[in-house]
Write a protein that binds this ligand. Structure first.
Ligand SMILES: [Zn+2]
Length: 261
């Protein structure tokens, strides 16, 4: 029988989730949003179905095996019942852990990318406004201010509106692969059209910074779009001066991860 012993990575994940679920931050209400962290090479923690990030504790997370989830990502389409059964049977200990979120597939995919240890997925109100505007895909590729590049990367990966669960995870995979070919790195932020944000990071604080900076950028965009004046985002040259390109070793690891997943 496993007890709730103190697991540092899970403690960090709980703390991150409480910050993302704080009602004052307006990122997620009720059971909206989810978060995850890599436990080891074979397992990860992900929010369980039905828990609220507002008051979540360690008991609100499930420990899940990467292998069967990644296999399903590349396999044939599954019925809703088959997805539920797979999520239940992929738990490290089905008698102990609650059933993981239906978004477990996208968490598994993103957590196996090199240098990625934490994921935060939220529905911030200003970003939903921006993601409901025509042309938001083009906006994802632009930057308005320097700290946005530092925290959110040189651009944001964009995913057109897709049904949740396995179809969304597959659409995210396609978008990340396209992004990686262009920028030779995994995205730090991903926008989901008419839905919300995914922040990807090495640490919980990277995910927190990317999330809050993405929301600041969304507010800046909404202000710029409603000003009635011509838009003047940073030039590609400006972006490239601030953005540091990843090294060769990282690029090779990223290519390997793309082939594995
Ligand atoms: Zn969502």
């Amino acid at each position: 029988m496993l007890g709730f012993m103190v697991i540092p990575i899970l403690d960090e994940l709980v703390a991150l989730s409480l910050k993302l679920g704080d009602p004052l931050a307006d990122l997620a209400i009720l059971a909206e949003g989810n978060a995850s962290a890599k436990a080891d090479d074979e397992h990860f923690y992900v929010k369980a179905s039905g828990y609220s990030m507002r008051n979540i504790g360690a008991e609100g997370f499930s420990k899940v095996l990467f292998a069967p989830i990644l296999e399903a990502l590349n396999g044939p389409d599954l019925t809703d019942v088959a997805v539920r059964e797979l999520l239940s049977s992929s738990r490290a200990d089905p008698d102990f852990y609650p059933r993981p979120s239906v978004e477990t597939f996208m968490h598994a995919y993103l957590l196996q990318l090199p240098g990625v240890n934490f994921i935060g997925h939220t529905h911030p109100t200003p970003l939903i406004s921006l993601l409901s505007v025509e042309g938001c895909k083009e906006i994802a590729a632009m930057r308005l201010f320097p700290d946005e590049i530092v925290c959110c990367g040189p651009a944001t990966a964009f995913v057109p509106y897709t049904d949740p669960g396995l179809p969304l995870a597959r659409a995210i995979k396609a978008s990340v692969e396209e992004f990686a070919l262009k920028y030779e790195m995994a995205p730090k932020t991903i926008w989901l059209q008419n839905h919300g944000l995914i922040a990807v990071g090495k640490s919980a604080s990277d995910v927190e910074s990317a999330t809050f900076m993405a929301i600041k950028a969304a507010r800046a965009w909404l202000g710029a779009l409603t000003s009635g004046r011509k838009l003047n985002p940073l030039t590609e040259e400006n972006v490239n001066r601030i953005h540091t390109r990843p090294d060769e070793h990282y690029r090779q690891e990223l290519l390997w991860a793309m082939q594995r997943a």
